[in-house]
Each structure stands twice: as C-alpha cells, then as structure tokens.
Design a protein around this ligand. Structure first.
Ligand code: DGT
Ligand code: CA
Ligand code: CA
Length: 380
C-alpha cells in the first residue's frame, strides 16, 4: 500500500481512492455531556441519563453515563436499578431522564460547525459523522491533524462540547481510531501505521463485531486483530458466509473503500458567518443578513427545495446563542420572502438585545421538493 501511494504521488495524481483522508468524529458521553452543559454543577458528579419505561419507578435502562459514573461500572444499556446500586455509596450521584429535544438541539449546532470542515460530510447519527477532507488538507496527514485540532477547539469554544476524532485513509480505520482514546481524543493513523495500529487491538474493536463473534474467535484461541489475520478467507467463509467474512478479512488489514457519502436527507439548510465586528446595530446586521440569505438561497435552489420555516441565530459576544424562527403560511422558494422574514426576525430579536452579536446565521427548514411542482410560477 505504501508503495502504491508513492507511485501515485510521483505521477501527481492525488485524490484517488487509495489516497484519501477521512475523519470520524464522535461526541463524548453525549447525552450526559448535554446534561452537564445546562447544569455545570453536574461536571464533578456521576451523571446517569435514564430512559424510564412506562412501568414506573426505576424500571428502564441507562442510555449513557459520564466518565465519573463509568468509573463505578455504570454502562449504556444497564438497568437503572443496577446503576443505582453501583452508585449507592456515592451521595452526590445524579439520575436524570433523557431529554431528546435538548440533545437534538446541541447536536444540530455542533453538526453545523462540523459540516464547514468537510469536502464531503456524512451524517451518521446525533453524535457521529464522517468527513472526507482530502482536498482541503491537500492529502497531508499533518494538515489533517491540525484541522482536526481546530475543529475540536471550535466545538469546545462555541458549544462547550468535547468530542473525539479519528483520522485515517478510510472510514473503517478512522472509526477505530476515534474509539482508541476517549474522551477528548485525537488519533491519527497514517497509511504506514495502519498495520502496527490495528495488530494489537482486540477483534471486538472492529466495528460490528459483538460479544458473540468475539467469543467464537476466543474459542479458537484468537483474541487480537493480528490473530484474526492468521485465518484464511475460506475458513472465515465457512464460519460467517461470504459478505461478513470478506468484511472481516479486509477490516483486519485496514482495507475499506466505502466512500464518505452525503446520503442523509437534508432536513434543513443553514449558513452562519462571523461578523467583521461584534455589533447590535440593525443596519449593519441587516446588510450581513441579506448576504447570508442570498448565499443560502443558492443552496436551496441547487437542492431543488422549498422551505416553510425560517430562523435566525445570534452567537453573542459571550458565545451564548439566541434564536428566533417563524413558520410561513405556505412553502416557498422565494429569495425575497426569505430576506423579508429574516429581517423581521432580526427586528424582533434586537428589540430586547443587550449583548453584541458575534456570529449571525440563517436557517430554513420544513423543506419540501421543488421538483414535480406543477405550478412553479405561482411561487415567484
Ligand atoms: P462515548 O462516545 O463512549 O464517550 O459515550 P456516548 O454516550 O456518546 O456513547 P455512544 O457514542 O455509543 O452513544 C451516543 C448516545 O447514544 C449516548 O450518549 C446515548 C445513546 N446510547 C448509546 N448506547 C445506548 C443504549 O444502549 N441505550 C440507549 N437507550 N441509548 C444509548
Ligand atoms: Ca459518543
Ligand atoms: Ca456514537
């Protein structure tokens, strides 16, 4: 592989499948960290986020716990009762019911930042995404490490959220790398280091390998990825069938050609910019707002969408957020309507504004397809 890279570089062809740079980003103890964000006192205490079942009392499961609670053996999926008994001797431990709306809100804000760092952005879930950054890092892992650190810093500064990033030449190794050092980690695995990185890891560190599969290998005396490489493809075939066996065979060797793909359907479009100076002057902000709307509108049209909801966002001088939104009577793709609504929201938001605005954003949501509209001209 290393040889192939060198040849490709000599001929100046850089962005081939063999030569990508991929980030996997995962937020640390996500639901529990979101709880800490709105109550800073929780940060020094064990925190368990519970999904209470409708049977009442303590029936239900732990969604996740912060790292302090994990030290006492609390784990995702564990019955709440077990967690309570593990923490029985810790007087200040906290059990809180899951608040998904709050977690989505924080996730959306963080994803908005992350998106700006990617050539291609792939949303995986509320606390997870892949980024292809090959172009913007010019294929350099050194640039990629800096970019990863910058991204972590921005998320920490603006949202106060800690996350972990794994960087490598494909999604598989990037994901394993992000699980390698948690929380608040950044692990770079260059193509030359993939083998020495993977070899000592447990077979269970391969995404998708659960307890049952790990046990099967353990019975054969195989524990590490390096052990796994000793089994030939035919034996694997017999054990797991063609699809899974070829996945395992390749995974053990750090091979994965799956492209980072922007496949999640868009639920909203947004733009946010850092202003030239902090301000709460209507004229100044309205001018920026107009430019942001024009830019955002291009994206809306490119994706052939209409929108029914418009929102604006302030990141204020103390980095706190303020948002306002409004539902329109009908879906539209009119640029004028976007600008008019955003300006109205700006007026409303400034009415009781005491802090200066540092970053200004516009969002449209409640999207619908423009394609297939029989009477497009009605909307102009
Ligand atoms: P981490 O990434 O190890 O620092 O911790 P988390 O909590 O972010 O773990 P992760 O990335 O596996 O899961 C993200 C969120 O998904 C987590 O905060 C809560 C939810 N979640 C994870 N596992 C479970 C589970 O077994 N049951 C339920 N209900 N929710 C879960
Ligand atoms: Ca996570
Ligand atoms: Ca995750």
């Amino acid at each position: 592989m290393a040889q192939a890279d060198i040849i490709i570089r000599i001929f100046g062809v850089r962005h081939t499948v063999a030569d990508r740079i991929v980030f996997h980003i995962d937020f640390d103890y996500f639901y529990a960290q979101c709880e800490e964000l709105r109550d800073r006192e929780l940060k020094t205490r064990p925190v368990c986020v519970c999904i209470f079942s409708d049977r009442g009392g303590d029936s239900g499961a732990i969604a996740t716990a912060n790292y302090i609670a994990r030290k006492y053996g609390v784990k995702s999926g564990m019955p709440i009762k077990f967690a309570r008994s593990r923490l029985a001797h810790i007087p200040d431990s906290v059990f809180v019911g899951a608040d998904f709306a709050h977690y989505s809100d924080i996730s959306e804000k963080a994803m908005e930042i992350i998106r700006e760092y990617a050539d291609v952005f792939e949303y995986v879930g509320k606390d997870e995404a892949y980024l292809d950054v090959t172009k913007r890092t010019e294929g350099s892992f050194e640039n990629a490490a800096h970019l990863g650190q910058q991204l972590k810093n921005q998320i920490r500064n603006e949202i106060r959220l800690s996350c972990t990033i794994g960087i490598s030449r494909n999604k598989l190794v990037a994901k394993i790398a992000s699980g390698y050092k948690k929380p608040d980690g950044l692990t770079v695995v260059t193509p030359q280091n993939i083998e020495s990185f993977l070899d000592p890891l447990k077979i269970g560190d391969i995404p998708g390998v659960g307890k049952v599969t790990e046990e099967k290998f353990a019975e054969m005396g195989l524990k590490t990825i390096s052990d796994l490489k000793k089994i030939d493809i035919f034996t694997l075939n017999k054990m797991f069938g063609r699809k899974i066996s070829s996945y395992l065979y390749n995974a053990a060797r750090g091979i994965d050609d799956d492209p980072v793909a922007a496949r999640a359907p868009a639920v909203q479009f947004s733009r946010i910019v850092t202003l030239k100076e902090d301000s709460r002057n209507f004229e100044f902000l309205a001018k920026s707002l107009d430019e942001i709307c024009a830019d955002l509108h291009k994206t809306i049209l490119e994706h052939k969408k209409m929108f029914k909801s418009v929102g604006i966002q302030f990141v204020q001088s103390d980095l706190s957020n303020k948002t306002k939104s409004r539902m329109l009577k009908n879906p539209t793709f009119s640029e004028d309507e976007l600008k008019k609504t955003a300006t109205l929201l700006l007026q409303e938001a400034l009415a009781d504004q005491t802090m200066d605005v540092r970053r200004l954003g516009v969002r449209v949501s409640e999207l619908s397809e423009l394609e297939g509209q029989s009477s497009i001209t009605n909307f102009f």
